[in-house]
Ligand binder design. Structure first.
Ligand SMILES: [Zn+2]
Length: 258
């Protein structure tokens, strides 16, 4: 009998480098009704899959892997059912990257063990130009001219081009996409924006732009939107005779029990 598993359990076959993930999230009530038996007799598909894995790897060396906390990265919006994610796992000595994916919406999740590592690379920093234009027109009195809006946006673009995303404070904005992150413009670049706005707006106009900037810098339209890409660095599996090279993994808290 297979014991009931309450926690995530990631099992690796050391011989085949194949894995099996047992997780409460995967154990959705996917029961099949055996037509030859009386109503109410069910069997779980998940358990059968696990049995199949055990049968397939009979006599092989199996080990438990622990999932590295907070290591999950996903390439598409949370709402997207067909997507690929990656996370890290370890057996205490070696580190692994697990690819979690499904090809079709009706398929169960698949897990694949990959040698190597992944990192997140900032692909672009975007100015929320449409939102800024709209809010400038709505909030400034008198409304700014198109030339003034264009000049203001040009300053924002210059900031986005020259800013270092690693130096910025991340905003816990509810992004619908896991790889889109909002950042506040730092004080130095805010000063640059304010200073240069003096050449675009004068007198009372400038005062209202100054207020606009202060109103929108922390959680408004002036936030910069950074888009990240998952960069997978696959490593050719070393020959078993050689000691596997240690990967440049960051020291992280490990979660999961035995
Ligand atoms: Zn095996």
């Amino acid at each position: 009998m297979v014991p009931e598993v309450l926690m995530n359990q990631l099992i690796r076959c050391k011989n085949c480098d194949e894995i099996f993930m047992r997780t409460p999230f995967d154990q959705h009530p996917e029961y099949t009704l055996d037509s030859g038996r009386p109503l109410g007799t069910f069997r779980t598909v998940e358990t059968d899959d696990y049995q199949e894995f055990l049968t397939q790897h009979q006599g092989h060396q199996l080990e438990n892997l622990e999932i590295v906390e907070d290591s999950l990265v996903t390439e598409k919006a949370y709402s997207e059912p067909v997507k690929t994610s990656f996370f890290r796992a370890t057996n205490g000595k070696e580190k692994f990257v697990i690819k979690k994916f499904r090809e079709k919406i009706e398929e169960p999740l698949k897990y694949l063990l990959l040698p190597g590592d992944y990192s997140l690379k900032c692909a672009a920093i975007k100015v929320q130009s449409e939102e800024i234009s709209k809010q400038l027109r709505r909030e400034l009195n008198p409304p700014p001219s198109q030339n003034q809006i264009d000049a203001f946006l040009k300053l924002c673009y210059t900031i986005a081009e020259n800013i270092e995303v690693n130096d910025l404070e991340r905003v816990p904005e509810e992004s619908l996409h896991p790889l889109e992150i909002y950042y506040k413009i730092d004080d130095i670049h805010l000063m640059y924006l304010l200073r240069n706005c003096r050449r675009i707006f004068t007198g009372k106009e400038y005062s209202s732009v100054e207020e606009f900037i202060h109103r929108h810098k922390d959680d408004g339209v002036l936030l910069l939107k950074a888009t990240y890409k998952i960069r997978l660095v696959e490593k050719v599996k070393p020959d078993k005779k050689f000691i596997p090279a240690s990967l440049p993994f960051k020291k992280v808290k490990i979660v999961g029990g035995k």
